[in-house]
Design a protein around this ligand. Structure first.
Ligand SMILES: Nc1nc2c(c(=O)[nH]1)N[C@H]1C(S)=C(S)[C@@H](COP(=O)(O)O)O[C@H]1N2
Ligand SMILES: [Mo]
Length: 527
């Protein structure tokens, strides 16, 4: 009997650790619903990890897990916490106080992570981790206490190790009650956290996008090819790639939204509300957005019809002049509600291109994941230097005096989008039948325009592809070319030429620091 109870106390101690961890996370979830969902320990540690991840690893994660990178990260954190909790439980069986202190230590880590995030402006962000850790530590101490009752007559269990009894009934009751209470606290916290965004969701539901004063021309009939497997000319919102550092998608109530333009060379700081934007002259434009982390042939490029306010007009009202006209600021830094900072050249924003504060995407208010209520867009620049989502502030400054988020992490200060093309069909390792095979895809050189696309089969000559009609120079352009496929393995390669005459380079470079270059190839086998 004694031996049996000693043998089972080890797994029960591990279970106690797990329960303590679970209770800690559940309490933290509940408290974060009161403080801020982003202050919860898993989100905070995840966010802090994202902030500190080496650029190459982050790029790798984006490429391999895509939009699931965040889910993978959070599952990873929970898995690691689970293992550590098991270990702390085992440790606590020997050293009850040290085990409990270990739980507290995790609370400190969570609290530090939460308060060090760029969007944290209050030490209250430490509360979820601290409260969770306190509850977890007390619970672990108590549960282990049930497992290490001193034998009758002894003052301290340490006096006579191996002679300890244990309170089986007390343990089972306490463990069950703790598990149930934690599950309850966690669920209540979850639902409070999700209902926090209710006001923002309602405000989005009420937005009616006004007709733009300057509408986009209808997409030219010949711009969208009918080739099976090619990317649709307009990317539906649900399919549009998403890249950001937000573990919790910010839910901003449009009615509370404000944006201020201030800084160097601003004569009259301007503050606008969402209603102010709706009341202004709106433009509608098709713009293809691309991520600097997009590998050659990669998926992080999308084309949408956006509605918004011309940013240059707002800047002019604030008295801003571009550097070429004597303005003192050459960098426009956008800040988001989640603490992101994104810097764009003032010159580009004011050079006549359709840089905008966008409120609509493909006929609806911006989806939350794409920046509701307002985001910035600058045709021709990678997203990380132009496309701030959930924007709340615009500061005029200089490149010399301030490095925004990604630049601090080794990406380039300035990053115009490189001329690129992608084969959408056939897919890699496809096995088409010999005969006519349609090769088709997209090419982009935003704000310069695409003038030519060529295809090469194996080491053969470059052959011109048929270009679809151009929508605008700010959008990608589809292309296709029928090919008389012969049996065997083949490599298909594409290259584009932009309107400046620049041919897409074959020189392969990494995505870091200013975007991948090189040519997309697809290897197929013709049956
Ligand atoms: N607030 C915020 N805005 C952001 C980012 C971010 O992490 N946070 N990522 C940028 C990057 S790197 C890109 S490529 C685009 C992607 O926009 P999308 O997710 O709507 O496609 O958003 C940009 N705006
Ligand atoms: Mo990006």
């Amino acid at each position: 009997m004694k031996i049996w109870s000693r043998g089972i106390r080890l797994p029960l101690a591990a279970l106690s650790g797990l329960l303590a961890g679970f209770a800690a996370l559940a309490v933290a979830e509940l408290v974060s619903a009161v403080v801020r969902p982003e202050a919860g320990p898993v989100v905070a540690v995840g966010g802090a990890a994202i902030d500190r991840t080496p650029p190459a690893v982050k790029d790798w994660a984006i490429r391999h897990f895509g939009t699931n990178d965040k889910l993978v990260l959070q599952l990873g954190i929970v898995a690691v916490l689970g293992l550590l909790a098991l270990a702390l439980g085992v440790l606590a069986l020997r050293h009850r106080r040290i085990g409990a202190a270990g739980v507290l230590l995790f609370g400190v880590v969570g609290a530090l992570a939460a308060t060090s995030r760029p969007d944290s402006d209050s030490s209250a962000d430490a509360l979820p981790s601290v409260a969770g850790a306190l509850v977890g530590a007390v619970l672990l101490y108590w549960l282990i206490g049930r497992l290490t009752l001193p034998p009758r007559g002894a003052r301290d269990p340490a006096d006579t190790p191996g002679e300890q009894g244990w309170d089986r009934r007390g343990f089972v009751i306490a463990a069950t009650a703790a598990a149930a209470a934690s599950a309850g606290a966690g669920l209540v916290g979850r639902s409070l956290n999700s209902s926090r965004g209710a006001g923002a969701v309602a405000s989005r539901g009420k937005v009616v996008l006004p007709a733009p004063a300057s509408a986009a021309q209808p997409v030219p009939a010949g711009a969208a090819l009918h080739v099976p497997g090619i990317s649709p000319f307009i990317t539906p919102n649900g399919d549009f790639y998403r890249v950001d550092t937000a573990l919790v998608v910010p839910k901003v109530d449009a009615m509370d939204w404000k944006l201020t333009i201030h800084g160097k060379g601003v004569g009259r700081p301007v503050t606008v509300t969402f209603q102010d934007l709706l009341n202004r002259r709106l433009i509608e434009r098709d713009i293809t957005l691309t991520c600097v982390s997009n590998e050659v042939g990669g998926p992080y490029v999308g084309n949408a019809r956006w509605i918004g306010v011309r940013l240059a007009d707002l800047l002019k009202e604030a008295g801003v002049k571009p550097p070429s006209r004597g303005g003192p600021a050459d960098q426009l830094v956008a800040r988001s509600v989640d603490g992101m900072t994104i810097g764009s050249p003032v010159e580009d924003v004011m050079d006549g291109r359709d840089a905008m504060l966008a409120i609509g995407m493909n006929g609806e208010p911006l989806p939350f994941a794409h920046g509701f209520p307002v985001r910035m867009l600058v045709p021709g620049l990678y997203g990380y230097v132009s496309a701030c989502k959930w924007i709340k502030d615009l500061e005029l400054t200089t490149f010399d005096s301030y490095d925004p988020y990604w630049v601090k992490r080794t990406w380039a200060r300035k990053a115009p989008i490189k001329t690129e093309s992608r084969i959408d069909t056939p897919k890699p390792f496809a096995r088409p039948k010999a005969g006519t095979v349609m090769i088709a895809g997209v090419a982009w050189a935003q704000h310069r325009g695409i003038d030519k696309v060529e295809i090469q089969v194996d080491d053969g000559p470059w052959m011109p592809a048929d270009l679809a009609a151009e929508d605008t120079s700010d959008t990608w352009r589809q292309w296709s070319r029928p090919w008389n496929a012969t049996s065997g393995g083949h490599t298909l390669t594409v290259r584009a030429t932009d309107r400046t005459g620049q041919v897409q380079t074959e020189e392969r470079t990494d995505t870091i620091p200013d975007g991948a270059s090189g040519r997309h190839s697809v290897v197929i086998t013709v049956d």
